[in-house]
Design a protein around this ligand. Sequence first.
Ligand code: HEM
Length: 144
Amino acid sequence: MRKTPPRILDPLSQRYFGEEDVSYQAAGGEQGLRKLCQAFYQAMDELPEAATIRAMHKEDLSELEDKLSLFLCGWLGGPIRYRDKYGPIVIPQAHAHLDIGPEERDAWLKCMQVALDQQNYTQEFKAYMMQSLWMPAELCRTKE
Ligand code: HEM
């Protein structure tokens, strides 16, 4: 098990990511998260190492792009938009029917890294996102 990682300071607001809506603001709010998620699913479409997880998804990714964007709004301390539109969600449960091992988890995280690198975000925010998404991704794992 990993140790609790050190907190990361947002160089723009001089506050810590994870406090109130600091991360949501750093992500560019809902519009910024929509851009990020568009890039995320585009990376999933294109990266050879993501082919297995791409195949788990429907052909049309537009609803999922909306769902992930709205989920991340609340998860990053902004408005709880996913629940307002789609109802409550528990991330590991939403993935329990899928075959996700370490390779699938890491492919998902790789898509996120590629998408983050395409955004106008600080290095600190990108590092915070990758650090904090590791655990939910790990909790989606359903096999060794
Ligand atoms: C660990 C690797 C992951 C894989 C392979 C994966 C794959 C998928 C797939 C295939 C779906 C569509 C499910 C379906 O149509 O039944 C889905 C849905 C979703 N995923 Fe993931 N996912 C992963 C991690 C994550 C993480 C870490 C998050 C959030 C931080 C997330 C957020 C979501 C959301 C919000 C939905 C929509 C659920 C719904 O409304 O039904 N996923 N994921």
